[in-house]
Design a protein around this ligand. Sequence first.
Ligand SMILES: [Zn+2]
Length: 433
Amino acid sequence: MKQKRIFLKNATLLTEKGDILRHKNIFIKEGKICSVTDEGAQIPECDQILDCTDYYVSPGLVNLHCHCAMNIFKGIAEDVSADAWFNENIFPYESRLTSDDVYVGTKLGVAEMLNAGVTAFADHYFEEEAVLQAVLDMGIRADIAPTIFGTAPDFAGRLDAVSDFCERNRNRSDLVAVRFGPHAPYTCPPDTLREIVKRAEEMDLNLHMHISETREQVAASRELYGKTPFTMAYESGAFERQLLVAHGLWVEEEDMAYLAEQTWFAMCAKTYEKLAMGTGLAFRKHKELKFSFGTDGAASSNTLNICEQARHYALLGKFESWDPCTYETIEIWKAMMRGHEALSFHTGRIEPGYAADLVIWDLKKPNTWPVYHPITSILYSSEPSNVAYTMVNGIFLKEDGRLRVDESALLDEGAKVQKALLERGKGNAQVFY
Ligand SMILES: [Zn+2]
């Protein structure tokens, strides 16, 4: 895919801080934002001029926690307990997944994200070669954490394989970052978790791990070890690395002391609603935690739409606090934009030198019109159909409302994978929730 010189003319910019800057031009060259000028400024030599008079331009959205390939499980386990969701459905099906399933599932998930304005995601899954290939083929940015289960019979071999994958791909492309993905303290016994963290330290790589997703996990950890999952993670050294905490919903007061400058939380509110996980202390600490939003897998969230996750998070926060004045729109917008800071890509600002990862919003549609405040319209009323253009690395991957990828071919691939998956059925899971 070729990078063109693109001039976005007379746009209204929505910054990561929530400022609204009207009548601005953005010049994009070699995948980067080259200049931001006022309306009327001279138009540089370029390949494409897009009149943005009716549009709003913001940084792209980031999905900070995702199991993208799980898109092929969308809707497979509804109205069941968290226990049945994992042990009777997802883990048994996952035990028979092929790399082709993961490749197609990831491409489908990426297509959905690009359609909704997501330009980068942090993934946590196995069959990482297939994930990587899908990312490169689709042109989105991804921070890939191959999942490691400490309880797996071939743990040592898996750790070496993941190390090798990371080493081979750490400098492969501007679009890709890699890190270690220990699954969780409950699936990585202390010695294995320490070993993974030590390896990450030796290779100077970051971590992405589920911690204290549910109240039951915290209780089980206390019973087994007399410690919270956060304490287990702390004792492994995980907080000395840049750590992406998936959920951390049931973080406890005593755990707060472990959190470092480089500790990030990915909140996935729809999953908490769907699996009736409650709203733990992470909600009440929303002013203190460094967090942004994730979707988790589509089997639990049903969509990979970050704006929708941010909306559910805010509404859930208001609902459980009995206070409609809190979780303010601008706070939620800033939290959504903060996802860029948790990843190592130079993205998230509409300023010269930053990578050109942008969303162009068309709010002149029945669901968002009229607009009183564009950020309110985006957070509370928008749908993916309001994303007119999604740009990653200076390339439009959604243009004038249409994805660049051949959608019907991709859907056919998805149908084939679904058929094969159901024919193979459930296998014996190696891990248990
Ligand atoms: Zn997850």
